[in-house]
Write a protein that binds this ligand. Sequence first.
Ligand SMILES: [Zn+2]
Length: 386
Amino acid sequence: MKRFFSAALALAMAALSLAGCSGTSSRDAAGSPVQTSGVTQVAPMSTTAEALKYVFLFIGDGMSYPQFQAASDYLGSMADPDYLLAEPSLDDNQGAILDGPVALNFMGFDVAGSAVTYDSNSFAPDSASTATSIATGHKTYSGSINVDETATISYETISEKVHEQLGMKVGVISSVNLNHATPAAFYAHQASRNSYYEIGLELIDSGFDYFAGGALLKPDGADGDKDNLYDLAKEAGYTVVKTQAEAEQVTSGPVIIVDEHLADSDAMAYELDRTDDMWSLADYVKKGIQVLDNDKGFFMMCEGGKIDWACHANDAAASIHDTLALADAVQVAIDFAKDHAEETLILVTGDHETVLNISMVRFSLILRAFSHFLLSVVLFLNHRNR
Ligand SMILES: [Zn+2]
């Protein structure tokens, strides 16, 4: 167990030693860009692993180059007065010259790397197996969470290691359900990601200090006949809050904060559908820092889970805005790191890519059109079906 922990740190060190390279695509030995399906950006605030006290891991679910480049291009289209002159026609650009995309904050980190994502039974892995790899360094079958291919060996996660060995506090945030595959991979060990109730029991057993985001799926078990997970969490010492007013008052853990404005599948609303009075992913990171900050440091995983959901729904506008919401959440960590420069590590990564296809309309790609999408497809359909 101890050996893996140092291996993980060695990996972080290897990433840190790459400081100086910049850009969003890695290069092979010949210096050619390597385009692959998984992307990791690392902000090295420290040069020695021993000094690391605060670790932020941001996972954009289903996020790779297409997702964050589309968000970056969209910002570029909105910021540039020349954009509407240049884009409508191939023949008449009216003298316009584009400034190009506006980089998201994590695209400017000092260290960037790419990885090919596949798992033990698929070249198109899912969030369970990929999050298992991120949390434990092991590959497994699609759908499995922190167990091997025989489902007989459980892998200890990096969050469990830092919690137990270093006494760091641990926070898990997700814009989707807190017992969904990606957040589950930081505290649960199950052959199937669909064992939501059992995953919820492990959440309670984890002893982690801060959970925030979407509601638990199947809180009363698959057949609705089990002890309620929230009741069990309270019995185990967790504060469970389900309103923003209550969440405002929270200053310490262990706590489970369920978003007050749950949307499809009891996840948080798409960023596109969020109004100013609703907490954003960034708000949950801010609250997390408040709850987790202590002398021994903390590990915080924050998932932008609906980037993936938006892409599965072919909703490019929702994908772009949820990617921007993830960048806003990353900004909270960047701002925190300004006061803790020598002891903070911020990692931003995807887990796998989810298809994002934005087509040109009559030879023109009108990115600004996305500013006229005022609802996610999901909310639009909800309204229409009423
Ligand atoms: Zn995923």
